[in-house]
Write a protein that binds this ligand. Structure first.
Ligand code: NAP
Length: 322
């Protein structure tokens, strides 16, 4: 089988397509033939050793000093069960699935072995393989932060970065929870953000400090603001979600802000329950990742280059099968 390897940190040119031994599922494991995966902001952060401020040393300690310790990147996928190990009861060869290896990675390959009790679920009827491949990275992040923010129906939320994968997931999943959402983006993406049910704001022409509006939650997906600056945007008791924050935000989040405001930061939990919930939400029409482009597997480095631009809209999918 073939897989894309990042054996050192750097630009998309460090990626090499290599042959590797076909993995075999052990007891309790399943072998998935991957049909589609994504290249997301997490993949390019790891490939480029481009971690949030203050996280570089920690990132290299956790993920590999001179290059990724797990050189096959890729956090999410859809595909088909090819084989199962002994004791597997929940899946059988031929089952269509989607999965979230998350920080275990390995989805930029033709096959992957996963534990059947991990973040893997049957593909809900009516969901195409590209959409299914793009559910989990953005969706689990949005669900994690909405849960931590303890959002309630009738509350208001400002999303900074409404046209990114995480921003678009936040808009849809918050709207489903009865939250009125306003979201920033640039002029070309205003209609896209509006189509999701958010009130769009062009961040290049509107000064948020002069908006004259306050929100129960400010979800900052692009480090466009900070907790101190966001005070003018927060209602008393409001929450600032530093989704793209680093070590400073994690430390600051230990202390409450003025007027009962608080900051929430840190890595989103990777949960099997969230992955299953996202499939249900997608099949019910409450969450549909926007797929901007689909790259063939052979052009995965071009997908990295596109995500590196910081301008992608929603998700970039890679089709692994012809
Ligand atoms: N804490 C966690 O566990 C966790 C999990 C997942 C992701 N993240 C982080 O969350 C961040 C966002 O991830 P993502 O996948 O959503 O990124 P992404 O899809 O690559 O974001 C690209 C989008 O950001 C928009 N953007 C850039 N600068 C902006 C600004 N100043 N104001 C408003 N929009 C802006 C761009 O829109 P324009 O072209 O219109 O500017 C573009 O559509 C990343 O830093 C990622 O590392 C954290």
């Amino acid at each position: 089988m073939k897989a894309w390897f990042a054996r050192r940190y750097g630009g998309p040119d460090v990626l090499c397509l290599e042959d590797m031994a076909m993995p075999a599922p052990g007891p309790g494991q399943v072998l998935v033939r991957i049909h589609a995966t994504t290249v997301n902001s997490g993949d390019v952060r790891i490939r480029g050793c481009n971690f949030p401020p203050g996280m570089k040393t920690l990132g290299r300690l956790a993920l590999g000093w001179n290059g990724p310790r797990r050189p096959v990147l890729g956090t999410e996928l859809s595909g088909m069960i090819e084989a199962v190990g002994s004791g597997v009861v929940g899946f059988a060869p031929g089952d269509a699935v989607y999965a979230f290896p998350g920080m275990r990675q390995g989805a930029h390959a033709q096959y992957i072995v996963l534990p059947e009790t991990g973040a893997i679920a049957h593909l809900p009827a009516g969901l195409d393989v590209h959409t299914a491949a793009a559910l989990c990275f953005s969706g689990t992040t949005a669900l994690h932060y909405l849960g931590k923010a303890d959002v309630r129906p009738g509350q208001t939320m400002l999303v900074l970065g409404g046209s990114g994968a995480v921003g678009m997931a936040l808009i849809q999943l918050a709207r489903h929870q009865g939250i009125a959402v306003t979201a920033t983006t640039s002029a070309p993406n205003l209609p896209l953000v509006q189509s999701l049910g958010a009130t769009p704001i062009n961040y290049r022409s509107v000064d948020l400090a002069r908006l004259g509006q306050r929100f129960d939650v400010v979800a900052d997906t692009v480090a466009a603001s900070d907790f101190a600056t966001a005070q003018t945007l927060l209602n008393p008791g409001g929450r600032y979600l530093a989704i793209a924050g680093g070590i400073r935000e994690m430390l600051q989040s230990l202390r409450p802000g003025a007027r009962g405001t608080r900051m929430i930061a840190g890595p989103a939990a990777e949960s099997r329950d969230a992955v299953i919930a996202l499939g249900r939400l997608a099949s019910e029409g409450h969450f549909r990742p926007h797929i901007e482009r689909v790259f063939p597997f052979a052009e995965l480095p071009a997908a990295h280059a596109h995500v590196d631009s910081g301008r992608k809209r929603g998700s970039v999918v890679v089709s692994v099968i012809d």
